[in-house]
Design a protein around this ligand. Structure first.
Ligand code: ACO
Length: 276
């Protein structure tokens, strides 16, 4: 087993790489990992680092302590930020985009391991992650209405993409908290598991991603997000370009050759991309 390696150090997040997996821990446990302007700066820089980090093939995002992320820091993001010059304010808002396009455009799988509280702006993190495994007792909430606001930033937009209208509007309008099991039922997350099994279940998902050809995983993500955002003819054209690019980078179709050589059964397993 490879030794765990620390990445560059950041004030509000921890990043540790082991066996090609970088675990990113939102690290303001005393504030339930609420996202401060500094956390946006740190996460934006860290994801830029991980994008080009050859040692990282899968990213797992979780929270320190008993919380995943309590949303935006209600004091630092909503009150103190307003007192800063417009240029600094705009810069922090731009950097807060790590939760959306920063994760969606990451050419590697990003898995959220939701270990506890998950509110408001943290919904953008989990909806952007490719796979979300949560403690079934983790508490989720669109609490904005409770403080006289609405799911701002990208949150309303991602709710329309991920939830049925009657679920999204119910939770946005009542502000009622719900648990991991309910989050799974309404399709907000991939899977809810008992807390004691959260790490093991996440590791199983990660192991299965590590078996796959990284080029194929990148292509799955790209084709998916293009298909969500582009009209059908454009998405189709882009999918053909992605297919051509994967084929060129792989130097042919090694996975299909291994199948015709009877080396494996693709319905049940991954081809051996490391030896192709
Ligand atoms: N912003 C700033 N500080 C926060 C936030 C937040 N979003 N969430 C928690 N904290 C701070 C608390 O102010 C408190 O700080 P203090 O010890 O200096 O007083 C500390 O974290 C611990 O919080 P408690 O409320 O004492 O913890 P408790 O376990 O009782 O409750 C809970 C946890 C439910 C998460 C509660 O803190 C809460 O409701 N937080 C706000 C959640 C929220 O509505 N987020 C905003 C979503 S909207 C958006 O993101 C745009």
């Amino acid at each position: 087993m490879a030794e765990a390696k620390e990445k560059r150090s950041y004030e509000t997040v921890l990043a540790q790489t082991e066996n090609s997996v970088t675990t990113v821990t939102l690290n303001r446990p005393e504030k339930k990992n609420a996202m401060s302007p500094q956390m946006h700066r740190d996460m934006s820089a860290l994801l830029a680092e991980l994008r080009y980090d050859d040692e990282t093939r899968v990213i797992v995002i979780t929270g320190a302590g008993e919380s995943f992320c309590a949303g935006q820091d209600l004091k630092q993001y909503f009150v103190e930020l307003d007192k800063l010059p417009a240029s600094e304010r705009d810069e922090v808002k731009r950097l807060s985009g790590w939760r959306g396009d920063g994760i969606r455009n990451m050419p590697k799988p990003v898995v959220a391991m939701v270990n506890g509280w998950c509110f408001g702006g943290a919904f953008t993190i989990i909806t952007s992650c490719d796979i979300v495994i949560a403690d079934q007792e983790a508490i989720f909430g669109l609490s904005e209405v409770n403080f006289g606001f609405f799911p701002g930033g990208e949150v309303t937009k991602v709710l329309t993409e991920h939830l049925q209208p009657k679920h999204a509007l119910y939770y946005s309008m009542t502000g009622k908290p719900f648990d991991g099991k309910e989050a799974e039922r309404i399709g907000l997350i991939t899977k809810a598991v008992p807390g004691a099994e959260l790490e093991k279940e996440t590791q199983e998902v990660v192991d299965s991603l590590l078996e796959k050809d990284p080029l194929a995983l990148q292509a799955v993500k790209e084709a998916w997000h293009n298909s969500v955002t582009a009209p059908s003819p454009v998405a189709h054209k882009l999918a053909m370009l992605i297919a051509e690019s994967v084929k060129n980078k792989q130097g042919g179709r090694p996975g299909i050759k291994q199948f015709t050589d009877k080396k494996y059964r693709p319905g049940l397993d991954s081809y051996n991309w490391e030896k192709s």
